[in-house]
Write a protein that binds this ligand. Structure first.
Ligand code: PHE
Length: 447
């Protein structure tokens, strides 16, 4: 067997995994969901889930990938058979790989909105009042051609990186884009503090009001903790499969989770400061940052340049995540169907691209079609984050906690006895229990 390709170092793995985790989830989804789910109640529960369930699950997925050394389906199967268990455990990988392509379908459409705004900033369009900003976003939603065009551009960028390979494509893209993103986010937060209403933003995000907690808030917080850590989609498994033996999985997982939290909170603070500062409502939904930020940039000295740069960096953040969504199935096509990387990336990308076209229509000509009161876009987002990801996470926790033999897990997760035990208790009892309870509750099984 040929040696599997690996990232160039432990930090490279941490960087690309942060690149996957930090994306539209932190900058676009987090503020808008927090805004519609009562702010602090959502934020606090989300942080709790990231720390309690997220980190142990990150470790479990990295472990499966590194132990099984393959695309998610094969990695899960190899890990299972090594423990003398059924090869059918590869299903965990399958549901992840398919889920990732579905997410990419709508993820790319949202990233396309950002591409669109990047362009608008660049050519100097000004959204200088609240009405103009809100109308601008509505006009984009109403225009399927513009949506499809931007979605296609973004998808092409994603396929291009994946086609170049793991190190010269994914790793290199991350090395350039991630540091730049972080720097700009800091600047934006500073700016939010200067012209916006940071105090109100902090109250909105952190004043914990237990009365605001309800089942929807808890379920969305759980779903978002999975989404923002790229869990339950085979992504961490495949990235873990390129992770060198001998580096600490726990160390890497803690770093990834903390970086995600930090970027999420920074972005949230910045965006809510500006939202309140300009008298906008935090619960305006999926268009929140596309209404708030352009308005801000219009009133900021050098706003055109800063605005273009900022949207460019959001594109980077989305790009490094989108790439990770395309990798699991691409790896399968290369390893199992014998396609070249370029062909594999193209075929997997084609699937998501087609789905994305449906999503583009769901805002305009297909907006009448609704299931459970949701259009296709909302349905895919709800299905993937609130159902597929937690269920897959449940399966992964069960698999690593109960199915994989102790000495196998022990061998990969080099932790002290005590920490290893804690990890196992979380995977065996806490994580499954939390996920099941939340499910039962949201299905109305528990009043
Ligand atoms: N974590 C990414 C984000 O926050 C989205 C993502 C989800 C990426 C699942 C990979 C897998 O934008």
């Amino acid at each position: 067997m040929t040696e599997r390709i690996t990232w160039t170092s432990r930090w490279a793995f941490i960087l690309v995994t942060i690149g996957s985790s930090v994306g539209l989830g932190n900058i676009w989804r987090f503020p808008y969901i927090a805004g519609t789910q009562g702010g602090s109640a959502f934020v606090v529960i989300y942080l709790f889930f990231v720390l309690l369930v997220g980190i142990p699950l990150l470790m479990a997925e990295i472990m499966i990938g590194r132990r099984g050394r393959g695309n998610p389906a094969d990695a899960a199967r190899n890990t299972a058979t090594e423990s003398g268990r059924s090869p059918w455990w590869s299903l965990i990988g399958w549901t992840g790989m398919i889920g990732a392509l579905v997410i990419l379908g709508y993820y790319s459409v949202v990233a396309g909105w950002i591409v669109d705004y990047f362009w608008k900033m660049l050519i100097g369009m000004r959204f200088d009042s609240q009405e103009v900003a809100v109308a601008g976003f509505a006009a984009l939603q109403a225009n399927p051609i513009e949506l499809i065009l931007c979605h296609s551009i973004f998808m092409a960028l994603t396929v291009a990186v994946i086609a170049r390979g793991v190190v010269s494509g994914i790793e290199r893209a991350n090395r350039i884009m991630m540091p730049a993103l972080f720097l700009l986010l800091l600047l934006l937060t500073l700016w939010g503090g200067i012209v916006g209403d940071m105090k109100q933003a902090a109250h909105f995000m952190f004043d914990f009001k237990p009365g605001d907690i309800n089942r929807e808030v808890v379920l969305s917080a759980l779903g978002h903790s999975f989404f923002s850590l790229s869990l339950g989609m085979g992504v961490i498994i495949v990235y873990g499969s390129y992770f060198k033996r001998g580096s600490s999985i726990a160390f890497a997982s803690v770093w990834v989770a903390l970086a995600g939290i930090m970027v999420g909170l920074l972005a949230g603070l910045a965006i809510f400061s500006l939202t309140f500062g300009y008298g906008l409502e935090p619960d305006s939904g999926a268009g929140l940052i596309l209404q708030t930020l352009p308005l801000t940039f219009a009133h900021m000295p050098g706003g055109r340049i800063f605005g273009s740069l900022f949207f460019l960096l959001v594109i980077f953040a989305a790009w490094t995540s989108a790439v990770s969504l395309l990798e699991p199935f691409t790896a399968w096509l290369v390893e199992r169907a014998g396609l070249t990387r370029a062909k594999a990336a193209l075929s997997a990308g084609l699937f998501s691209w087609l789905l994305g076209i449906g999503v583009c229509f769901s805002f305009n000509i297909w907006s009448e079609y609704r299931w459970f009161e949701k259009n296709l876009f909302e349905l895919l987002d709800f299905w993937s984050t609130s159902i597929a990801m937690p269920l897959n996470g449940l399966a992964v926790a069960f698999f690593v906690g109960w199915v994989v033999r102790r000495h196998v897990a022990r061998d990969e997760i080099a932790l002290s006895d005590r920490m290893f035990k804690v990890w196992q208790v979380v995977l065996r009892y806490l994580a499954p229990l939390a996920i099941l309870l939340i499910f039962a509750h949201s299905l109305g099984l528990l009043a």
